[in-house]
Design a binder for this molecule. Sequence first.
Ligand SMILES: Cc1cc2nc3c(=O)[nH]c(=O)nc-3n(C[C@H](O)[C@H](O)[C@H](O)COP(=O)(O)OP(=O)(O)OC[C@H]3O[C@@H](n4cnc5c(N)ncnc54)[C@H](O)[C@@H]3O)c2cc1C
Length: 396
Amino acid sequence: MNEARPPRALIVGGSLGGLFAATTLRAIGWDVQVFERSISALDSRGGGIVLQPDVLAAFRFAGIERAKALGVRSGDRIYLDASDNVIDRAFMPQTQTSWNMLHGSLSRALPPALVHRGETLVGFDQQENGVHAHFASGRIERGDLLVGADGPRSTVRELLLPDALPRYAGYVAWRGLAPEHLVSDRAKAKLEGTFSFQQGKDFLLLAYLVPGEDESTVPGHRRWNWVWYRRSDEGADFDEAMTDAHGRRRQFSIPPGALAARSAQALREAASRLLAPSFADLVDATQEPFVQAILDLDVSRMVFDRVVLVGDAAFIARPHTAGSTAKAAANAVALAEALASSPGIDASLGEWGRQQVQAGRDMTARGRAMGDRIMGILHTARRHQANAATKTDDWP
Ligand SMILES: Cc1cc2nc3c(=O)[nH]c(=O)nc-3n(C[C@H](O)[C@H](O)[C@H](O)COP(=O)(O)OP(=O)(O)OC[C@H]3O[C@@H](n4cnc5c(N)ncnc54)[C@H](O)[C@@H]3O)c2cc1C
């Protein structure tokens, strides 16, 4: 490492994992450069996220001050039956935020010149004490460390561990954000202040309030985030769910605005048939529902000399853990702490990698056990029975 300049991190991916890495490494004095494939702003596309302590810790570590609340508080957890009756209630306060709130806060903490949009990593080569990253544009950058924060279909991981591929878990999450002012009075009266659920045969629906698109937490300006997990075996049903408005079969998700009209129609019909009326009203009040396949991914390593994997590029946990964003934040804080506390980069990475792999494995195992049990996927539930004994009552 050249002592005359700060060490340089090339961060591939400008979603939450990449921005957590960028803000925390910058906080320990590194020169960070973020390369994001997407040209457009990502921030209109995310949904709700349960705000976890690791996210707040990453904000504190990076020195990011928030003048306003980062989310919306809920008090009771309630379960509804198909007739809108509350069949269970427990006081379990927590805070829910949104992808765009976190992404906006992290983005504003970075000078715009450090984020390079429209740059797709296609390869890299490592030399002693550094790495060269190659982009589709022809650009080549040198860094002391390359951070692969490029998500479930990571190019960085594919180049290092070509056999580590995300696996479909057998169910999908239909999702949406309904602006508060468009939601029916009966739904508001029933759901206000709660984190609410409906468990059905082969499905689970959950809903909670999150900040508005403009990050407002003022009543009337917030949004209802709902997620409807539904079994969908591989085959015709799953293919249909993953076919977008242009007839294109997407691999694992269809973003807001791209859902086929017939899928949106089928979703609303199923909602009015199967869901509690308050939840069906949320689905009805959603302009752009979207869908994501639930995936599993584990890796055996996160450190490859001067290249590391973080966030969803390394481990994809079932969303019932409410932990994917928190995991990306924890990966970043631990990386920055390790690099700050050791005189050499290589010496810092080994122990960091071992700890993060263990934490990732624990989270994915717990999430699979919870998800399989919730969705009644018995064969895998049995396989993960040992994990089912742990913390099973906190899924979002
Ligand atoms: C638009 C969006 C919305 C989301 N909404 C939610 C949500 O509502 N709730 C929730 O819990 N989680 C959500 N997630 C996932 C959540 O953000 C992740 O669990 C968390 O951010 C950690 O993921 P990540 O940053 O590791 O990966 P991702 O969020 O998947 O980000 C990976 C990034 O890498 C970029 N990328 C991929 N390949 C390349 C390449 N070769 N070169 C350059 N860039 C590349 C992608 O464009 C993407 O921006 C969302 C993710 C995205 C991208």
